[in-house]
Ligand binder design. Structure first.
Ligand SMILES: [Zn+2]
Ligand SMILES: [Zn+2]
Length: 257
């Protein structure tokens, strides 16, 4: 069994619950303690039911709430050394270090981090699996690398960044430096980069594709919905967008034997 839900996705805060039969973790926590508690409880996931928190990188929208949540509910934190050293608050209840290409286990949940090009100290993204079922997560990535294509092939579910639309970014109100950062090789994925990735990976097992981390200033959910619908080879795949306000509700990967 593998299921997942988002407590919110975007530059004002991220958090993803991933659960197997005997493991339940939160990937990233970019909200205040009170907001995190509220959002977790709304999904019937009280904070003390978590086995721990996995951190992708030290940007505030992913790590702001990790320290306080960890201390209050005595939750262990899995993190890279680079991210730990770059974090403003790293007084975790308990810390376990990992590196890209390690394999972590929490109950019967397996977590495989892989390195991504992003302007942080030691950023990773993840494949979660349990009992032959797999979930790939890719956000906060500036460009597609061979390891990304390799790791995200043959997933049952994929949570993929659709951060910005090139035209909206270029013509938008962001200052020049920020435009360069977001659109650079170590920034975020443009809608067409995400679309292109979908044609480069093996989607034969895919049941569900969720667009993540949409920029509120430089993207438009109608454009992203149109791009998702245009993935004609994924006609039977369930596709939707995760929002900043509500994330998305629980999704269970079906066992198709
Ligand atoms: Zn982010
Ligand atoms: Zn980031």
């Amino acid at each position: 069994m593998l299921k997942f839900a988002s407590i919110g996705s975007g530059s004002r805060g991220n958090g993803l619950i991933v659960e197997s039969a005997t493991g339940r973790i939160l990937l990233d926590c970019g909200f205040s303690l009170k907001e995190t508690e509220h959002r977790l409880n709304k999904l019937d996931c009280p904070p003390d039911s978590l086995d721990g928190i996995v951190v992708s990188h030290e940007h505030g929208d992913h790590i702001t709430g990790v320290g306080r949540l960890s201390r209050k509910y005595k939750l262990p934190v899995w993190i890279t050394v680079g991210t730990y050293n770059a974090a403003k608050d790293n007084r975790f209840y308990q810390t376990y270090f990992f590196k890209a290409d390690d394999t972590l286990t929490v109950g019967d949940l397996t977590i495989q981090p892989f390195a991504v090009p992003h302007d942080a100290s030691e950023p990773c993204q993840f494949v979660f699996s349990s009992n032959q079922q797999s979930l790939g997560v890719l956000t906060d990535t500036g460009h597609i690398t061979p390891i990304i294509i390799e790791r995200l092939s043959q997933m049952n579910a994929l949570l993929l960044e659709y951060n910005y639309d090139e035209h909206l970014l270029v013509t938008g109100k962001y200052p020049y430096n920020l435009k360069q950062r977001v659109g650079g090789k170590y920034g975020h994925l443009e809608n067409n980069q995400s679309t292109s990735l979908m044609s480069q990976i093996d989607c034969s097992h895919l049941q569900c594709l969720v667009a993540m981390h949409l920029s509120e200033n430089n993207n438009d959910s109608e454009k992203v919905n149109a791009l998702l619908e245009n993935l004609s080879f994924l006609q039977v795949v369930e596709k939707y967008i995760s929002s900043q306000k509500d994330g998305f509700n629980w999704k269970i990967i079906e066992n198709k034997g």
